[in-house]
Write a protein that binds this ligand. Structure first.
Ligand SMILES: Cc1ncc(COP(=O)(O)O)c(C=O)c1O
Length: 408
């Protein structure tokens, strides 16, 4: 099947950097985790082979090299997201851990009965459950912001429903992992600040696809994971405004996050951000994230258009199959989710896997949204610059095969 699409020169150039491509797998599960280009693996390999040491504690030369690489990575992340300073970047094990640090370290200790915390209906469980628990256990109200018909957060509803002075936080995703609907971070921040609340932006699904200027947009916190932007698993980022980080308490205590510890247990925390990075940090992961940032920066200029064209082609090809219902936003840049009448999404995914096409199927850790809007699980294809029009065609062929095999 021929899919109308601009030429695949972008994909061909980008694919050369990915070992998995030689296996003939169509990796359309980029929203779950991206594959890693060779340059990311090489940077981590070089660090682990030649510069490995525990960072920020040794006085020998390897410790100095490892620390320089780790702190250099922090500076690269800061530049990449438009942070005011490298010290505003806290390395965490991932987006989930970053949200927990913000919620447990700053939000929960300051919540009082009668306060409101707001999340949108589109949040991944990672940006939903920690807020619900913090509200429940402090007597604050947990409020879920409805979405507009286009899948974006309904900020008019927020302005109408949030109580000025009582609404303390808005936790909102930049891009929905289930529908691909994209909120405008600056509009979220403006709405939150308009009622005296602060914004935590979950940038996990946007960061690989579009530039983010966290400070310029007016965010107070932003989080993301390296593995969704061509970096390694086990590394993530909490960016925080200086005053937020300054007021935040460390949640994990231990090595290298103190200036002084007394025998009676009293301690003085060290500076931001290191007071939030107790224990031996994942330095190789930070190095890999920095390499991924350089790789994203070196993508061909047409890479973003290429991804959008693939998503549009997938929507057209899938919509042409009787029984398919698209569940993602019509303008989603990289995510296409759908259901097939009478066929469980897991069966669709299984049929696709038999053809070498990897997609995600299920509730996508976004049950509040899928239960409310779709009423069940979905299949999700998600695209990256290394994908091709041929892979879109394979996706559509596989869905037709699933229909023949499973549809009643
Ligand atoms: C929108 C969104 N937020 C948060 C997460 C959690 O990321 P991680 O599992 O890397 O902590 C995900 C992962 O799928 C996501 O899609």
């Amino acid at each position: 099947m021929q899919v109308a699409h601009p030429d695949d020169g972008t994909a061909a150039a980008v694919r050369r950097g990915f070992a998995y491509a030689s296996r003939g797998i169509a990796w359309l599960d980029n929203a779950a985790t991206t594959q890693r280009p060779e340059c990311v693996i090489a940077a981590m390999d070089d660090f682990l082979r030649h510069h490995n040491a525990n960072v920020r504690r040794g006085v020998h030369r390897l410790a100095a090299e490892a620390t320089a690489a780790y702190e250099g990575a922090r500076a690269e992340v800061a530049r990449f997201v438009g942070a005011g300073a490298a010290e505003e970047i806290v390395f965490t094990p991932g987006a989930t851990a970053a949200i927990h640090l913000a919620v447990e370290g700053l939000v929960r200790p300051s919540l009082r009965p009668g306060d409101e915390v707001w999340v949108t209906l589109a949040e991944h469980h990672s940006n939903f459950l920690p807020w619900a628990r913090a509200a429940r256990e402090t007597g604050a109200a947990f409020r879920v912001l409805p979405l507009r018909p286009d899948g974006r957060a309904d900020l008019d509803a927020f302005r109408a429903l949030a109580t000025p002075g009582r609404a303390r936080w808005l936790a909102a995703t930049w891009v929905s992992n289930a529908t691909g609907a994209a909120n405008d971070p600056a509009a979220l921040a403006e709405a939150a600040h308009g009622v005296g609340a602060r914004l935590l932006l979950d940038a996990s699904q946007g960061i690989a696809h579009a530039p983010l200027r966290v400070a310029g947009a007016g965010c107070d916190f932003a989080v993301f994971s390296a593995h969704k932007m061509y970096g390694p698993t086990g590394t993530g980022v909490l960016w925080g405004r200086r005053e937020c980080l300054g007021a935040m308490q460390p949640v994990i205590l231990g090595g290298e996050m103190v200036d002084r510890v007394e025998a009676d247990g009293r301690a003085a925390w060290t500076d931001i951000p290191w007071r939030f990075e107790a224990g031996t940090p994942n330095a190789a992961g930070a190095v890999g994230l920095a390499a991924a940032i350089r790789w994203i920066g070196a993508l061909p200029p047409g890479a973003g258009d290429h991804v959008r064209a693939l998503a549009a082609a997938a929507r057209r090809a899938l919509a042409a199959i009787p029984g398919v219902t698209l569940r993602s936003a019509p303008d989603a840049a990289s995510i296409v989710s759908f259901t097939l009448d009478g066929v469980h999404p897991h069966d669709v995914a299984q049929a696709l896997d038999e053809r070498g096409v990897a997609v995600r199927a299920g509730w996508l850790c976004a049950e509040p949204l899928l239960r409310t809007v779709v009423g069940g699980p979905v299949v999700r294809a998600s695209f990256a610059p290394c994908n091709t029009a041929a892979e879109v065609a394979a996706l559509a062929d596989g869905v037709r095969a699933a229909k023949e095999a499973f549809a009643p």
